[in-house]
Ligand binder design. Structure first.
Ligand code: HEC
Ligand code: HEC
Length: 179
């Protein structure tokens, strides 16, 4: 069955980041055809990625940089002393390395993340995210095993490795996601 341009977005683990891209769904049952070309991380970027993971994944998973635009990461990095009610400040050298790393791999696709001038601190505020999670009920999110949309990995079993494919979704107490 031919469908109209269906913005199915698949995310692949490449170059340490997630790459979100629009894709056509052509055949029924054949979602997520995907092809992505990405350059491998340089040695220096691998070190930065490891530092990012170390410093930014103690309270939640290390969100892939490509989930937000640079201006969002900059805002987050400039307000770490009051980060969602916590203090996540870093020493200046680590701070600089992480901020540069996030900026280099931030989303450049404003169609997915544009907030019409506003700067999102949360991935879950971006129009792309909202559209993708329209059918996810409040109860699924607020239950104790999930708590909030910030816990991507509670539902996306491969989120930490950068993959958000539908077949990998399993919501606690609800199970697999069937469209
Ligand atoms: C001391 C704990 C802590 C550390 C360390 C921490 N965070 Fe957070 N972060 C939080 C809390 C709490 C939230 C809000 C979670 C929620 O709403 O459930 C959050 C949320 C976020 C979100 C928004 C997620 C969403 O879409 O709802 C981003 C982005 C984020 N953090 C980035 C970072 C970055 C970058 C670092 C490293 C510099 C970092 N965090 C380190 C506690 C922390
Ligand atoms: C309560 C469970 C839950 C949480 C938490 C959650 N998601 Fe999802 N997510 C879903 C479901 C269910 C879908 C599929 C929705 C649909 O197809 O209608 C989805 C879809 C997606 C998609 C699109 C996948 C595709 O191939 O179309 C992406 C990307 C995604 N989520 C990223 C995230 C990120 C990043 C976070 C954390 C900031 C997150 N999700 C948190 C349940 C969740």
């Amino acid at each position: 069955m031919k469908t109209l341009l269906n913005l199915s977005v698949a995310a692949l683990i490449l170059a340490g980041g997630v790459y979100l891209y629009a894709d056509d769904d052509h055949e029924e049952g054949e979602h997520h055809r995907s092809s992505v070309v990405a350059k491998p991380l340089s040695k220096q970027d691998q070190v930065s990625a490891a530092l990012y993971k170390k410093e930014c994944s103690s309270c939640h998973m290390a969100y892939q940089p490509s989930l937000l635009p640079k201006r969002s990461w900059d805002k987050t990095m400039n307000t770490l002393d009051n980060h969602f009610g916590t203090d996540a400040t870093l020493d200046p050298s680590d701070h600089k390395t992480i901020q540069n790393y996030l900026a280099s791999y931030a989303s450049k696709n404003d169609r997915l993340v544009d907030m019409k001038g506003a700067v999102a601190l949360r991935i879950s505020e971006t129009p792309y995210f909202v559209r993708k999670h329209r059918e996810v009920t409040k109860k699924m999110v607020t239950q104790p095993q999930v708590k909030s949309f910030a816990n991507c990995n509670a539902c996306h079993t491969k989120a930490e490795s950068g993959s958000y494919r539908e077949r990998e979704i399993s919501i606690p107490n609800y199970g697999r996601w069937e469209d």
